[in-house]
Design a protein around this ligand. Sequence first.
Ligand code: RAM
Length: 347
Amino acid sequence: MKIKNRTATALASSALATVLVVGLGGFGLTSASASGTLKKGQTFYLIPKDTLNPYETLEDSGITAALKSLGDTAIVSSGTADTAAAQIPSIQAAIQHHAAGIVIAGNDPSALCNSLAQARAHGLVVVSADSDVTCPNHLFINQAVTSTIGTSEVDLLASEIGKSGQIAILSAAATATNQNSWIVYMKKELKKYPNMKLVSTVYGNDDPATSLTVLQGLLSRFPHLRGIISPTTVGISTAAQYLDTHKSLLKHLTLTGLGLPSQMKKYVLDGTVKSFELWNPINLGRLAGFAVANLASGTIKIKAGQTFNAPGLGKYTILKAAAGTGPSIVLGPPFVFTKANVAKFNF
Ligand code: RAM
């Protein structure tokens, strides 16, 4: 288990370039003056999928900045591999340290439920962000509408490969709730494209070395692959780096998915990748930070229709539980990055 205390200073540099971009929300580093009733001095545990993934680090920097602006403390704690087992010691640590709440990105939908139930029994509030858990009594901070993330990635690839050919998915951990729920909608969307055939889904565990190995296996098993969707920033950046050094593959193969513009810029500008999607992970974190602070202060309950202010982002309302999910909040629509805009972002 790795534990890090973080400060908001790291956020400032990554914040500046994006304030101008419509659709990704503001980054104002204002203090939460609107929330006079929020308690101060609370401690929260942030439990990302792992402590090595740059996307998770950005998200945690957003949560930390939000909590610091409220006078709270954030402790980042998780394992280095994307498994539920690696996250359980961090939940136990949060309980032992009498934290007010937990923000977790689930590596598994159900394997964390017993530990999270223990945390709730000790009075901690539970928020999931980025990747949900199916346990009761928590609030999920969703980056965008789940179905839209899945369908839009398929539509993006379809438009680039003329709606035809063998395609594959290079995912994260096989148990990751977020990737699996997006893949459900990718498969539904593929029904609109009868000439596109999903031949394989492989799992790189959000580990660059594993992602490369499974990618190479995919390419040798399916030499005529036309497209790869990688709905993970680790997978897509690994695949882009590989294609960049094996350019002959680009004659028939197109890569898209979800990526960090800072990691993907090089590959978009040199033509290896035409387009990919994401949201702002720092803002996702900020939203989760303000949500968990409000819940732990008792200013909102985990109930549809409850609203709170996320300074710099706006007013958010808790949405009704839908099939397979509990109450949630959605940050906003995903954003498409291309040669025309990728250099404007620095997250
Ligand atoms: C990876 C992680 C994360 C996901 C992004 C798109 O960094 O799997 O959970 O939201 O990709």
